[in-house]
Design a protein around this ligand. Structure first.
Ligand SMILES: C[S@@+](CC[C@H](N)C(=O)[O-])C[C@H]1O[C@@H](n2cnc3c(N)ncnc32)[C@H](O)[C@@H]1O
Length: 359
């Protein structure tokens, strides 16, 4: 009787149960996936590998077929000897280069949200707005296949862009993801049972409008984390949370990441940095019937004048309106990689079954 090596058996079992999207991130480059090319000057470009096509620059071309089947980290050459380093884009690369309609949550903030929002595998999370789906991707990675992420977005064009981006990075629809159209504050209470949600993540203009809905769906002890761009939004959200009394005292912070230049003895901070993205604020739901300690600590001025209220209209906080045409283009771009992959898989299936594609 042959003996089964327990280590081999365990790793084989793990292989068959790979989390969604993980297999697509390993092994040699395959047709239909995105590859990031870096040239000798450090300039990056991302291409979707399509058999029989080429990546053209003013310095010649590189056949996609040269890359298909090569290991990640390969160096390849164009027809005129231009060298490129080829790697799969990391999540942080993908998020910053993916099609978008609204501002995305930067990777540095997504990392903070996952850790400080305590987003764990198996958690039941609701999120709004979806925007381009950058944060949804990080949240899905954190909750995993057995978790649950219900994302709400009021604008259909943004939802389409987000769906394309999520399906591109996970190589298809994610089993833990549900996306609903409409205003978070109306939809979440209509679709989720009271006290059934572990974590709420809001990235929108007016999180204070969602306070009652968040208090309804969040389980006692559940975490509510907000990402806002301006001090006025931060202040208004904090005061609304305090005045409500069903939450713990909110904590707020921002994170700044300063890159470093590394060259010989010239080791110093980069001259430029992204100095401001947004502020984060976290609070937790108290048990029903509990009077929050925050009630004893009223802020000195909690009333807002009309001037304060006007300060966070979309125009005042610098949100530029994006044209419908631009949004439709971004949605098309976001789903193009998935579509290319589907076409390639279909062509491969047709070839395997000996059927000729229809013309
Ligand atoms: C800054 S974007 C979100 C970006 C997203 N977190 C990302 O990382 O790509 C804000 C989004 O919130 C949506 N939004 C604003 N208020 C909303 C609400 N009450 N319910 C649902 N969506 C809302 C807007 O349409 C917009 O798409």
């Amino acid at each position: 009787m042959s003996k089964i090596d327990p280590h081999t058996a365990a790793s084989a079992a793990k292989e068959t149960a790979l989390p969604h999207g993980a297999a697509a991130r390993r092994g040699p480059f395959r047709a239909g996936e995105r590859v990031q090319l870096t040239d000798e000057r450090g300039r990056m470009n991302t291409i979707t590998l399509t058999p029989g096509t080429a990546y053209h620059t003013h310095k010649g071309f590189l056949n996609h077929d040269t890359l298909i089947g090569q290991p990640e980290g390969s160096m390849v050459e164009s027809n005129v000897g231009q060298q490129y380093q080829a790697l799969r884009p990391l999540l942080s690369d993908f998020v910053l280069s993916m099609p978008r309609g609204a501002a995305v949550v930067y990777p540095k903030d997504a990392g903070q949200i996952i850790t400080m929002g305590d987003i764990y595998p198996g958690a039941r999370v609701v999120e709004a707005g979806v925007g381009s789906g950058a944060l949804s991707i990080s949240l899905l990675r954190a909750v995993g296949d057995s978790g649950y992420l219900h994302s709400f977005e009021r604008r259909e064009e943004f939802a389409d862009i987000a769906r394309g981006n999520v399906e591109t990075i996970f190589d298809g629809p994610h089993p833990a993801w549900k996306i609903s159209l409409g205003d978070f504050q109306d939809q979440v209470v209509a679709q989720e049972a009271p006290g059934s949600i572990d974590r709420v993540v809001l990235d929108m203009l007016a999180p204070w409008e969602c306070l009652d809905a968040v208090a309804t769906v969040l389980a006692p002890g559940g975490v509510w984390i907000n990402y806002v761009a301006t001090v006025t939004q931060l202040s208004r959200t904090a005061e609304a949370i305090r005045a409500d009394g069903r939450f713990t005292e909110p904590d707020a912070w921002e994170s700044m990441v300063r890159g470093w230049h590394l060259e010989g003895l010239a080791v110093r901070p980069d001259h430029r940095m992204v100095a401001h993205t947004g502020f984060l604020m976290v609070t937790r739901r108290l048990a029903d019937g509990v009077t929050g300690m925050t009630l004893k600590r009223r802020a000195s001025k909690t009333d807002f004048a009309q001037e304060d209220l006007d300060a966070w209209t979309p125009a005042a906080v610098g949100e530029r309106s994006v044209s419908d045409k631009k949004l439709r283009r971004a949605a098309r771009d976001a789903s193009s990689t998935v579509q290319t992959r589907r076409n390639i898989s279909q062509a491969e299936a047709d070839e395997a079954h000996g059927t000729l594609p229809e013309h």
